[in-house]
Structure formats: C-alpha cells, structure tokens
Design a protein around this ligand. Structure first.
Ligand code: AP5
Ligand code: MG
Length: 209
C-alpha cells in the first residue's frame, strides 16, 4: 500500500503512522524526521536546513525531492510506504507523481484551536522519536521516555512563533494539495479529533484491515 498522510502540523500524522506502520508492515517515511536526523547528525544537509526547520519554513523543493527519491529506492519501500509530510507543495506532488503510483492520500482534518493545543503540549524522545503529549498522552514517569528513560524534549518548531508560521505555510503551500489529489480521486478524509486508537480505527475502515 502506497500512502500519503496529508494534513496540518500537529494533526497526528506521526502518531497514527506509528500505529499503521506496525499494522500494515510498511515503512513510515517522515520527511520532518529525516531532516531532524540530519540535523542531529550534523551532516552538511542538516546544517543547511536547521534554521529553516527552526523557523517553520519549508526546505526548498529540490533538496526535499532528492531526499525522498533516495529513500523510496531503498528495498523496504518497494511494496509500500507511508509518506508523512511529503509532498507539501504542488511541485513536490508533481515530482512524486513521476516516481510512484499512489493508492490513497489520507487527509487528517482538525480545527486550528486543537492543533495549537497539540503542538504546544508535544514532547518527543530525542533517541527513539516517540511522540508524547503533556496531557493527552503523557509518559509513565514525568519528563522521561517510557522505554529509554531519556529526558523528553520540545521540538524547536513547537515554540509559539514557529507554530504560527507553520500554520500559515500549511495554508498557503500545502492546503492546495487536497484539491490536487481530489481531482485524481485519491483523497480520503479522516476526522483527526478523537483519540489515536479511534482515529486509527477510522483509517482501517477506509484502507481495509
Ligand atoms: P514535520 O515533522 O512533518 O512537521 P509537521 O507537518 O509540522 O507535523 P508535525 O510532526 O508537527 O505533526 P503531526 O501531524 O505528525 O502530529 P503528531 O503525531 O506529532 O516537518 C517539520 C519541518 O520539516 C517542516 O516545518 C519543514 O521545515 C520541514 N519539512 C518536512 N517535510 C517537508 C517537505 N515535504 N517540504 C519541505 N520542508 C519539509 O501529534 C502532535 C501532538 O498531538 C503530539 O503531542 C501527540 O501526542 C498529540 N496527538 C496526536 N494525535 C492525537 C489524538 N488523536 N488525540 C490527542 N492528541 C493527539
Ligand atoms: Mg510529525
């Protein structure tokens, strides 16, 4: 199954992709995670994109497309994948169109007020990338990852100014993709407001078990 997870920042794409990856046994490819791994590893690409991510702007299309092209050539992505956070512009969608034939585009729908609450309360494990929320999904012990015991961190782009910018960038550059994929009859809308198991259950309904 070749899937794209589309939707505003904080809608729960990464959270639901973590469940879907296990269930459907396909890799979860998050461009945001790939960039953050480069930043953490101090690679040349990481140095180039660090400030862009911190502000909540988009990395240029050519860089992003080449990173995804390389990742999709890996053996585990041949029979299926979840692309989370890519494409984010029409140019990226056109490039993806040349690479693969998608089965579905899952559009996560959520009100802005809830998005802001989710992003402001998000905490992540710097080692495993596991996603928590201060109130919706807290760790067993305050402030540390359940498995590794690492102190949880807040993403740089979950500061208020960056959240605001990311929402604007989403509206301007990514929202038009819903229509782009609707005209190709690929979009399924998912209400992202219930709990993660409930959101995942509606995903199973639209994708099949
Ligand atoms: P990326 O990492 O993709 O960030 P994003 O799209 O802004 O999405 P998020 O990861 O913030 O949200 P999410 O939908 O995954 O929500 P999550 O599951 O974490 O991109 C980061 C940056 O990288 C971009 O700004 C850009 O700079 C760059 N980039 C990435 N892709 C690019 C591209 N294609 N082109 C150019 N640049 C690119 O959940 C959020 C919170 O809510 C968590 O705390 C979670 O616990 C909680 N939560 C989740 N689901 C629920 C639920 N159902 N109920 C209650 N709480 C929930
Ligand atoms: Mg994410």
């Amino acid at each position: 199954m070749k899937l794209v997870f589309l939707g505003p920042p904080g809608a729960g794409k990464g959270t639901i992709a973590a469940l879907a990856r296990e269930h459907y046994r396909i890799p979860h490819i998050s461009t945001g995670e790939l960039f953050r791994a480069h930043i953490k590893g101090h690679t040349p690409l990481g140095l180039e994109v660090e400030a862009i991510l911190g502000r909540g702007d988009l990395v240029p299309d050519d860089i992003t497309v080449e990173m995804v092209r390389t990742r999709l050539c890996e053996a585990d992505a041949r029979s299926g994948f979840i692309l989370d956070g890519f494409p984010r512009t029409i140019a990226q969608a056109d490039a993806l169109d040349q690479m693969v034939r998608l089965d579905k585009v899952v559009n996560f729908v959520l009100d802005e007020e809830v998005i802001i609450a989710r992003l402001s309360g998000r905490r992540v494990c710097p080692v495993t990338g596991k996603i928590y929320h201060l109130t919706n999904n807290p760790p067993k012990i305050d402030g540390v990852d359940d498995e590794t015991g690492e102190p949880l961190i807040q993403r740089d782009d979950d500061r208020p100014e960056a959240i605001h910018n990311r929402l604007e960038v989403y509206q301007r550059q990514t929202f038009p993709l819903i229509e782009y994929y609707r005209t190709r009859s690929l979009v399924v809308d998912i209400d992202a407001s219930p709990t993660p198991p409930e959101v995942f259950a509606s995903l199973e309904v639209v994708l099949g078990r």
